[in-house]
Design a protein around this ligand. Structure first.
Ligand SMILES: *Cc1c(COP(=O)(O)O)cnc(C)c1O
Length: 392
């Protein structure tokens, strides 16, 4: 058998990530590869660092993209900030909070969990009680935008609570960056990680991270070396450090970094606030359309993410059949439910470049056709009409 070059189909990506990649970003990927210590490349890296600072709203010196996906950014934060015996309070309201706990344990820390209902924000009252009960806790960790459920937590309030109790914060912003209001310095976040493939609309495989001065002090005061060589910030800084010579640590994913640079240029051109508002506008149109089909949202309105819409699958409708039809007939990908929500919800992403009117109307009309086939009862045509009236 002869294997021929792989040409993927053209899809519309409205799942939990990756999202549609902007053509300017795929074009950036195809630019000539140069050495990762080339002076021109180093100039690009410096720009990239300041673009990431812009996106996070931070002036943290230790700000850079980890050369691996969001999960590696998560691991970098826990590996550097958690030492053997450290007590870490972990908020769990979905799949990704559970992974944070797993990280704490693997780094030799003790995880104290604050469990909130899946589909709801983290409960600040429960967090405060736990902070009071564990005055020796060193770190508070939580997910800003829980992609598994579509719930947004109040990061500002949670960070204030942590500060009051002398805890550093580790915040997962993989899905929130560029899609929801986020202020790393303004809210006092100490360690933050994100991903390239969600609301930045870049290709997967990079994780922007940033550490506050207090976090850097804690890393430098460690009694034991960071357990991961690859993710040890002391070593990574030798390559990404702002001043002086760059030392080889690992070969940077040169072309992927061009792509992230382009994605962040796009974000800067649009403006951070405009990007947040655009996600909100298309979310409102989508929700109006879903409601017109008689579909319900999982998350209460005030805790909903614009960029990840968890929709309750109506009784009698075949989850898999619908998603397969959307993919086969409309080249449209939406996400399945995760964990406890498998088979119970769909997760419709409106992330980055994919958050646009064409996609919203395409998704609604495709869903109408799939739900009609399933025998779900509603008035055809009303969904698109409802969405259009939001746009007008
Ligand atoms: C996608 C996601 C991750 C993991 O990112 P990968 O790039 O898939 O490793 C972590 N946290 C949240 C909230 C996510 O949505």
């Amino acid at each position: 058998m002869t294997i021929t070059p792989f040409h993927p189909p053209k899809r519309t990506l409205m799942g939990p990530g990756p999202s549609d990649v902007h053509p300017r970003i795929t074009e950036a990927l195809a630019r000539p590869t140069i050495g990762h210590l080339d002076p021109e490349f180093i100039r690009m890296m410096d720009e990239l660092k300041s673009l990431i600072q812009y996106a996070f709203k931070t002036s943290n010196q230790l700000t850079l993209p980890i050369s691996a996906p969001g999960s590696a950014g998560m691991e970098a934060c826990f590996a550097n900030l958690v030492e053997e015996g450290d007590k870490v309070i972990v908020c769990i309201n979905g799949v990704f909070g559970g992974r944070m706990k797993e990280n704490v344990i693997r780094m030799g820390g003790t995880a104290i969990t604050v469990d909130s209902d899946w589909g709801r924000a983290v409960d600040p009252k429960a967090v405060e009680e736990t902070l009071n009960a564990h005055p020796d806790a060193k770190v508070l960790a939580f997910v800003h935008a829980e992609t598994s459920t579509g719930a947004r937590s109040d990061a500002k309030t949670l960070c204030q609570l942590a500060r009051k109790h002398n805890c550093l914060t580790i915040v997962d912003t993989v899905t929130s960056l560029a899609g929801s209001e986020l202020e790393v310095d303004g809210w006092g976040v100490d360690a933050v990680y994100s991903g390239s493939q969600k609301c930045l609309s870049c290709v997967p495989g990079l994780s922007p991270v940033s550490f506050s001065e207090a976090a850097v002090e804690k890393i430098q005061a460690r009694k034991t070396p960071v357990r991961s060589w690859f993710l040890d910030m002391n070593l990574v800084m030798g390559y990404w450090g702002g001043d002086g010579k760059r030392a080889y640590h690992h070969t940077a994913p040169v072309n992927q970094l061009y792509a992230l640079h382009e994605a962040l240029c796009l974000l800067q051109e649009e403006g951070l606030d405009n990007s947040w508002q655009r996600h909100q506008r298309h979310h409102q149109a989508l929700v109006a359309g879903l409601a017109a089909m008689g579909l319900e949202m999982l998350v209460p309105e005030e805790e909903r993410l614009a960029q990840l819409n968890a929709v309750v699958i109506p009784e009698g409708v075949d989850d898999l059949a619908v998603r397969q039809q959307l993919l086969a007939e409309y080249n449209l990908e939406i996400g399945a439910g995760l964990g406890a929500f498998a088979g119970k919800v769909w997760r419709i992403g409106l992330m980055g470049y994919a958050a646009n009117q064409t996609n919203v109307l395409h998704c609604l009309s495709a869903l109408e056709s799939a739900l009609l086939r399933q025998g779900h009862r509603f008035t055809p045509g009303e969904a698109v009409k409802a969405a259009i009236s939001v746009y007008q």
